[in-house]
Design a protein around this ligand. Structure first.
Ligand SMILES: Nc1ncnc2c1ncn2[C@@H]1O[C@H](COP(=O)(O)OP(=O)(O)O)[C@@H](O)[C@H]1O
Ligand SMILES: [Mg+2]
Length: 347
């Protein structure tokens, strides 16, 4: 009986102990689980904080870089704008210089044209003064017939003076007319007369600049070419540039080739349907194949500094195509010469 009782007590104690043990181990397992969770959350938090800090630092670095770069860029932009405006100013200066250069040559040519009638006027008036003195002498000496003859001669002289005076006057007037015309105003002009006038001016202008220069000029003007509507000054500038380029090319060749070579510049006009062509052809140095595609580029020149701006053909091309709805062509063989053809509408 006692044994049985002890056995039961023992069993109860063991049972309770086992339950207690189970409870404690469950509790421990729960607590350690909770602790691990807590540790995990703490680590996660720390990691997130670290990442955010990293991100913040990266952001501020980036911002700083962007600010620096923006400053750099705006600085570069300012520099670029400065060089662009400098470039524009230089370009304008060069265009102006090219215009002035052709103007300078024209002025020299015009001076030469006026010089000629002026020489006549001066010589004939000196002569007339002498004659009138002679007339006085003859009258004093009682020779009225001789005096009358001398007076007749003096009258002829005075008519010559008047004629040449009028010629100089006409040259000045036509110059003034050209310069007074508002730019951008087209007018009817005889293309043959315009071409010939500018050819003479350019030729004499070139010779004034360099008196060793000489060339044969051959002209053929098509009487059918007639009057066309153009800006005379602008077309004049184109012609002067074409003539000067041709003169330069033959002059350079003459310097190289010497006596076996005779420079020739041919100028021709031609009416073709509703168009008029002006051709300027020379037997000068010609244009090398690889330069042909570049000659209309602004600033392309093969001439030494001071002798060429490289703007003549580019300006000429604009005047002919944009300004007049025409065309400008070139054909050339190196060493043999070049021909420029300007085609203008003639309605
Ligand atoms: N008739 C020509 N013969 C040979 N080369 C020419 C002729 N016309 C133009 N060129 C070439 O084209 C270049 C550009 O001409 P242009 O624009 O008038 O400028 P620039 O006369 O100031 O050099 C010249 O430097 C020259 O090399
Ligand atoms: Mg030129």
């Amino acid at each position: 009986m006692f044994l049985l009782k002890v056995d039961i007590e023992n069993q109860v104690i063991i049972g309770i102990s086992a339950m207690l043990l189970l409870f404690v181990s469950l509790l421990i397992a729960f607590i350690s689980g909770q602790r691990r969770k807590l540790q995990y959350h703490q680590k996660l938090h720390a990691l997130q904080a670290e990442q955010q800090e990293l991100l913040r630092r990266q952001n501020s670095q980036l911002e700083q870089k962007v600010t620096e770069r923006t400053m750099e860029l705006s600085h570069q932009k300012e520099e670029l704008q400065k060089s662009l405006s400098e470039l524009k100013a230089t370009q304008l200066q060069l265009i102006q210089r090219e215009k002035m250069a052709s103007l300078g040559e024209l002025t020299a040519g015009i001076a030469h044209e006026i010089q000629n009638p002026l020489n006549f006027v001066n010589n004939f008036s000196d002569l007339s003064v002498d004659m009138l003195n002679e007339v006085k002498e003859e009258i004093k000496a009682g020779h009225p017939t001789t005096a009358m003859d001398l007076l007749d001669e003096a009258t002829v002289n005075l008519k010559k003076i008047s004629h040449h005076g009028k010629r100089a006057d006409a040259i000045v007037k036509s110059m003034l007319e050209h310069s007074r015309k508002a730019e951008g105003e087209k007018e009817e002009v005889n293309i043959n007369a315009l071409t010939d006038e500018y050819l003479k001016l350019a030729y004499h202008g070139y010779r004034v600049k360099d008196n060793t220069f000489h060339t044969t000029l051959e002209t053929h003007y098509d009487s059918a070419a007639g009057k066309i509507n153009v800006l005379p000054q602008e077309i004049g500038r184109v012609l002067v540039n074409l003539f000067n380029n041709a003169f330069y090319a033959v002059h350079q060749k003459k310097k190289l080739a010497g006596n076996n070579y005779e420079p020739v510049v041919q100028v021709r006009t031609c009416k073709k349907g509703n168009k008029v062509e002006v051709s300027v052809r020379d037997n000068g140095l010609g244009i090398p194949e690889k330069a042909l595609s570049k000659i209309y580029q602004p600033f392309f020149t093969t001439k030494p500094t001071g002798e060429g701006t490289g703007l003549g053909l580019s300006l000429s091309f604009d005047v002919v195509t944009k300004g007049h709805g025409g065309n400008l062509w070139v054909s050339s063989k190196e060493g043999e010469g070049a021909e420029f053809i300007m085609q203008l509408p003639a309605e």
